[in-house]
Design a protein around this ligand. Sequence first.
Ligand SMILES: NC(=O)c1ccc[n+]([C@@H]2O[C@H](COP(=O)([O-])OP(=O)(O)OC[C@H]3O[C@@H](n4cnc5c(N)ncnc54)[C@H](O)[C@@H]3O)[C@@H](O)[C@H]2O)c1
Length: 441
Amino acid sequence: MKQDIIPADGRLGILIPGLGAVATTFIAGVEAVKKGIAKPIGSLTQMGNIRLGKRTENRFPRINEFVPLAPLTDIAFGGWDIYEDNVFEAAVNAKVLDLPLLQSIQKELEAIKPMKAVFDRSYVQNLDGKNVKTGATKYDLAMQVIDDIENFKIANNCNRVVIVWCGSTEKYIESTDIHSTIEKFEAALKNNESLIAPSMIYAYAAIKTGVPFANGAPNLTCDIPALIELAKQTQTPIGGKDFKTGQTLMKTILAPGLHARALGVSGWFSTNILGNRDGYVLDHPDNFKTKEVSKLSVLDEIFRPELNPELYGEMYHKVRINYYPPRGDNKESWDNIDIFGWLGYSMQIKINFLCRDSILAAPIVLDLALLMDLAKRAEMSGIQEWLSFYFKSPQTLEGLSPEHDIFKQLMKMQNTLRHMMGEDLITHLGLDYYQELVETL
Ligand SMILES: NC(=O)c1ccc[n+]([C@@H]2O[C@H](COP(=O)([O-])OP(=O)(O)OC[C@H]3O[C@@H](n4cnc5c(N)ncnc54)[C@H](O)[C@@H]3O)[C@@H](O)[C@H]2O)c1
C-alpha cells in the first residue's frame, strides 16, 4: 500500500454488468444527488464521519473529506445488459423510484444505453434477452469486453474505470481445476468450457486490464484462484460477494449483540417475499442455491459454534426466499430467533423488516465503486478484505474465514482508511490518554 495516494484527478467511469433494479436505482440516485434534489442516504463515503485521533481531539471529518475520493460530479456511467432498454426505461420498469423523480433526470438516464452482454442462458434460465454478444469462443467474448471498456473510457473521457457486477445471480457452481491457475483458466476460455460463467468473463476482462472489479451477487465470479492470481499480477483490487442488504444486514447487526452478551441461540428462521426480477431469477433452484450458500454462511462465522457448543452448537438456521410478484422490489422479511439466557430459559425475537432492496443496495454500489478506485490509486491489489463491510459473503484468501460481524468490519474499514492517510489507528483502548485525564482531575 502506498501512503501518498494518487489524486482522483479526471473522470471515473463506473461500468456495470446488469442494468436492472439495483444499478438503475444507483445511477438515478447519483444523478438526483448531483442535481441537489435528493440526499445520498446510506452511503458511508458521502454521509459518514470518521473519528481521528484521541476522543479529546474531537476530530470527526466526513469520509469523503478525509480520503481522496472521486467527486460525484466526475463520474460517467455505463454498462451491459441482455435487454436493450436504456437506463431511464429500465428504471421505470424496475418500479423502485417514483416517476417524477426519474423524469427530473430523464435526459441523463436516457443517454446511458447498455452495451451487448456476455450471456449464457444455462446460467440464468429464467431470463432471455437479445442484446447479447456473439463470438467463436469465451476468450473472444472477453476480448470484446476489453474493447468495450477501452472504447467507453475514450468516449467518456475517463482516466480510470471500475466495474461493479449488478447482474442476475448465476446458477451455483464450484471452483474446479480449470479455475485453479491463470493458464488453465485462459485455456478454458479458449476451449469454451461450460464452467466458465459469464460473470467470470467480465471479471477476467477487467482484471486483465487492471480495472478494479467488485461482485455484488453471490456467484463465484472472481473468487477463484486463477483470477486472484491475475489480480496480483496486474495489481488490481477485487472483492465480493453479494451486497449486504435487507435480512442479512439485520442478522449481522443483531447476531454480534447476542454473541457479545453470551446469549444462546437455538434457532434462526428467516423467510422473505419479494417480487422483482431478482426474485424471479432466484425462483429457480440452481440460482437460489447460490444465494442460499451466501446467506447461510453468516451466522456460523459470528457465533463460532465450535468454540461454544453450549450456546450455539444446536443452532438450526433456515433461509427461504419466496417469489411473490405483488410486492415488486419492496421485500418483506420475517425472522424468528429462538434464544436462551440465564439457566437456559428460552426467549424469542421477531423481526419483520419491510425493506426496499434496491434502496439498500444502491449506496453500497456507490461506496464500493469509489473505494475500489481509491484502493487502486493507493496501489492496493488483490482481495480487498477491508471492504467486507459491504458483502454478505466476503471474499477472503483461501484458508481464512471471513469476518461477518458488521461492527468489526466497520472498524477494519475505518482503520484501513486511517492507515492509508497516516493517521493513528484507533483501538478504543483509551488508557493512553484517558487514564492521564482521570488522574489529573
Ligand atoms: N437488491 C439487493 O438488495 C441485492 C442484495 C444483494 C445482492 N443483489 C444482487 O444484485 C444483482 C442485481 O439485483 P437486481 O435486483 O438489480 O436484479 P435485476 O434482475 O433487476 O437486474 C439484473 C440485471 O442483470 C441483467 N443480466 C443478467 N445476466 C447478465 C449478463 N450476463 N450480463 C449483463 N447483464 C446481465 C438482467 O437482464 C437484469 O437486467 C442480483 O444478482 C442480486 O442477487 C441484490
